[in-house]
Write a protein of this length. Structure first.
Lengths: 153, 413
């Protein structure tokens, strides 16, 4: 189902660049929540921490093992959500998720997704969508936990 | 290999003539995951559904009799194929996982494994030969212990006598590792287990498809395997067990076909194998598996094994010519089956598999349901190429070429 041109669409230069040089990789303090997500079918794993400061995502730090798609996706996540208000970060997450689950029929908005548009080709490979979404789902989970902890406090 | 004509064999498998995207011919190297099915198997299943379909053992009409006979004939053929002493020793399940779960469940229910007892497995098991024993030992208060694996990917039997003791009630071991490819010296383990009175369960999922098996002389108490890895259909697995042992064990699932008589208060149970086959069984699948073992027998399992051995030796040699490729598991084709897991420096297995797929080469990437075995070798996942009776040297060459392409793709951009 994948010939050379589709594979090139999957492995965009931008993705390989992020894979080789991950932005914001490593686990850092301070953080309000830490989650560990796995992709049970292949064993990709990410440990991800979120630090919120007055409604803004002030850091997303992570330790990820996995394929180029999952690693690059974590790097792009860091680029796109750090420094943003939580609501904006969640809007970006929704846009990224819509792109990934759009079976190639969703036109990405570069203003919102920036380097994230390079993942458009991933949507054509159902087996790889989970790789691309792993760290984003971890971010959603960790941020939700951090928010509910804040509410409780 | 004068008696074995792989090109003639391939003609029985129409799927092998497929071309994939980019006009690449299919190079199917994922047979340890599931094997392809020859025309003879598919046609037997088709004929059954089109001409003889009915439920078994309960339909008092001519088709019912034909279907019952066809279903039981599959059992007879499988029994003959594995050298079972009696056809009633062959219990049909839905797959090897269910067969292993069946044993673990009924041994617990029978009280064979209880508090203070021990069950011994190994670090190279498929999850389906780990999890059922974890569940059993947790449920009964028994202890789970395991053999380690050497750096060469062999079963570490140094502590055989201290691991398998009079506390051991069950030893459950894979015959051929689905990840490392290792063929284990199961006879030695069986001998020790029987010395201390423990039962032995052999996971034959990778062994029965590729080496001649004679359960009567093997000495194990149970052997589990699955149809779809041995050119048979999905949806049918086999638990072979010694008859006297099966006859002494309680049922697994309750329902139709497994009873002798039922009142509202209680039931009595059928003799093996039907005691362990509640509900409508895999009827067409038994017909298909019967055709599959006929197919394998016609080729000759000695020839199948010799081909597997030769193709594995060729693949090990060719693959290890690639710089940056590391085979995880035995590196020589000695006591070794046709599954080769490997890592490639700086390229993740998923990315390897994706690039190979773009060249038509189908392999598996991930943990292959053997996470502990991967952990043992300090890797999170591997790429696995696995071979079978239709695999050619040209396909190995295509694999190696595609691996080099993958290295260039990720290294050169």
């Amino acid at each position: 189902m994948a010939d050379a041109s589709q594979v090139d669409a999957l492995y965009q230069e931008i993705i390989l660049d992020h894979y080789k040089q991950k932005h914001g990789s490593g686990l850092r303090d301070p953080f309000e929540s830490e989650v560990h997500h796995v992709n049970p079918t292949c064993g990709d794993e990410v440990t991800l921490r979120v630090h919120l400061d007055a409604g803004t995502v002030s850091d997303v730090s992570y330790d990820a093992v996995g394929c180029s798609i999952s690693q690059a996706s974590a790097s792009v996540l860091n680029d796109l959500v750090v420094g943003k208000p939580v609501d904006d970060a969640f809007a970006t997450l929704d846009a990224f998720q819509a792109l990934m689950q759009g079976k190639g029929e969703v036109e990405p908005d570069e203003d919102v997704l920036e380097d994230g548009i390079a993942f458009a080709g991933v949507a054509q490979f159902p087996a790889r969508v989970k790789c691309a979404l792993l760290s984003w789902m971890a971010f959603k989970d960790a941020t939700s936990q951090a928010l509910s902890t804040q509410e409780d406090a | 290999m004068t008696s074995y004509d792989v090109e003639a064999v391939r003609k029985d498998f129409p799927i092998l003539e497929r071309t994939l995207a980019g006009d690449h011919p299919l190079v199917y190297l994922d047979s340890a995951n599931t094997s392809h099915k020859p025309r003879q198997v598919v046609e037997a299943i088709e004929q059954h559904y089109l001409q003889h379909n009915a439920n078994v053992a309960r339909a008092m009409h001519q088709l019912g009799a034909e279907a019952s006979e066809a279903f039981e004939l599959g059992r007879t053929k499988v029994a003959g194929f594995i050298g079972a002493g009696r056809r009633e020793e062959v219990v049909f399940t839905k797959n090897a996982s269910e067969a292993l779960n069946l044993v673990a469940r009924v041994l617990g229910d029978a009280g064979t494994v209880g508090e203070g007892d021990e069950v011994v497995i190994s670090e190279m098991e498929h999850h389906s030969n780990i999890v059922p024993w974890q569940l059993l030992t947790e449920r009964t208060g028994a202890t789970l212990r395991w053999f380690g694996v050497t750096d060469q990917g062999r079963l570490d039997l140094d502590d055989l006598d201290t691991l398998v003791t009079e506390r051991t009630k069950v030893v459950s071991l894979t015959w051929v590792s689905n990840m490392l490819g290792t063929i284990n010296p199961v006879e030695r383990v069986i001998a020790r287990a029987h010395e201390v009175g423990a039962l032995v369960v052999i996971d034959g999922s990778q062994a029965v498809p590729q080496i001649p098996v004679d359960v009567s002389s093997l000495g194990a108490d149970f052997v589990a395997f699955t149809g779809h890895k041995m050119v048979g259909p999905t949806g049918i697995g086999v638990l072979w067990g010694r008859y006297d042992l099966l006859a002494s064990l309680p049922p697994f699932l309750g329902g139709g076909e497994m009873i002798e008589t039922v009142t509202m208060e209680r039931s009595t149970f059928a003799a093996p194998p039907h005691r362990f086959e509640a509900g409508t069984p895999p009827i067409a699948q038994s017909v298909g598996l019967g055709a599959a073992v006929d197919y394998l027998s016609a080729l000759g399992m000695e020839n199948v094994a010799a081909h597997e051995q030769a193709i594995t030796a060729y693949a090990l040699e060719r693959m290890q010519e690639v710089d940056g490729l590391t085979v995880v598991g035995p590196r020589e084709a000695v006591q070794r089956g046709g599954a080769i897991s490997f890592t490639l420096d700086d390229v993740h297995p998923h990315d390897v598999a994706q690039l190979l797929d773009s060249r038509g080469v189908a392999v598996r990437a991930g943990h292959h349901c053997a996470k502990p075995a991967h952990q043992r070798f300090g890797v999170q996942s591997t790429t696995r190429a696995s071979f079978y009776l239709y695999t050619t040297e040209a396909e190995i060459d295509a694999l190696v070429e595609a691996i080099r392409h993958t290295q260039q793709y990720f290294g050169g951009r």
